[in-house]
Write a protein that binds this ligand. Structure first.
Ligand code: DGY
Length: 326
């Protein structure tokens, strides 16, 4: 008998097809957002689940899932999973690193450029029929080329963003839990390690790519926004909650910084409505990794983890808690 799994959100049909060669699959192609109780009901008798950040796997939920052996997240971020609680319950947890680095870095640049050069704001103005003449001072923005890029969170995606800055002749400074090796810094456009305050006071453009945790919550709040240059821009590609959105809205309203580009929000998708009234913010719905090849690669990577854990009985390639592998 094949092990039973739940694919908790809609996925590419070809991946469902692949999974069904190994498992008895319950899918959710209607993409219903299950409540915790619905998730528990659907996971009875299931050995694995393919999840996304919209489902929380905490100690309380795991205690109600006696048959579960693996939570395979279809994301690199796994702040929706209490990994320690998984280990305590003997449940493996996995994520999908690496396959999305370059696509997410591309998107970081799209957001950075749209923010600095006021692309969406000017497009909305044009679409509203307001364009009657050319003017020297319409939508003046900030330059990327020749400026200083500050990256907070210099993991694989941060480094991919830094590499791209070579073409723009930028200086790169970064802040991270630990300093990169000399060679890694050289490959990341000679990135220079600095303290968080120096980064915020010096950078013309600040990009956030650090993982969410209790420690990184509100890495950028009112005090940090006060340190930034008045003409600076802020881009958040990482997770909602790393920025204090209320403080950011106040800073954008008061023009303490020039603009922000946000792909992630506190309480998304129910983000703070005041963002909608601001011209100096570019808003996208958590799509940084959303290219067709990359989302397929992420889904297949999550499938690889399920197949290794439950069918081949091998260690999943992206296991987050090796202690849970027996
Ligand atoms: C990730 O992989 O963590 C992306 O944010 C998608 O959730």
């Amino acid at each position: 008998m094949k092990p039973a799994i739940l694919v908790a959100r809609a996925v590419f049909p070809e991946v469902l097809e692949r999974l069904s060669q190994h498992f008895d699959v319950e899918s959710n192609q209607d993409d219903v957002l299950y409540t915790p109780d619905q998730l528990v009901a659907r996971l009875q008798g299931k050995a694995g689940v393919m999840s996304t950040s919209s489902s929380r796997f905490d100690a309380e939920l795991l205690a109600r899932l006696p048959d579960l052996k693996i939570v395979a997240n279809m994301a690199v971020g796994y702040d929706n999973i209490d990994v320690a609680a998984c280990t305590a319950h003997g449940v493996m947890a996995s994520n999908t690193p690496d396959v999305l680095n370059e696509t997410t870095a591309d998107f970081g640049w799209a957001l950075l450029m749209a923010t600095a050069r006021r692309i969406t704001e000017s497009e909305h103005w044009l679409r509203a029929g307001k364009w009657q003449k050319w003017r020297y001072d319409y939508f003046l923005g900030a330059d990327l080329h020749g400026s200083t890029l500050g990256i907070i969170g210099m993991g694989r995606i941060g480094q991919a963003i830094a590499r791209r800055s070579m073409g723009f002749d930028m200086r790169v400074i970064y802040h991270n839990r630990s300093r990169l090796g000399e060679q890694q810094e050289a490959h990341a456009n000679n990135a220079r390690y600095v303290g968080k305050e120096e980064l915020l006071r010096t950078a013309d453009h600040v990009v956030l790519v650090l993982p969410y945790s209790a420690e990184s919550r509100h890495t950028i709040g009112a005090a940090e926004l006060d340190m930034m240059k008045p003409g600076a821009t802020l881009v958040n590609l990482a997770r909602g909650g790393i920025v204090d959105d209320v403080a950011l809205i106040a800073a954008l309203k008061a023009k303490k910084i020039a603009a922000a580009g946000l792909d992630v929000f506190e309480n998304e998708p129910k983000f703070h409505p005041d963002f909608l009234g601001l011209d100096n913010v570019v808003l996208t719905p958590h799509i940084a990794s959303a290219s067709t090849p990359t989302r397929k690669a992420m889904t297949n990577r999550a499938a690889d983890n399920l197949i290794a854990a439950l069918d081949s009985k091998q260690r999943p390639p992206n296991l987050l808690n090796p202690e849970a592998f027996r």
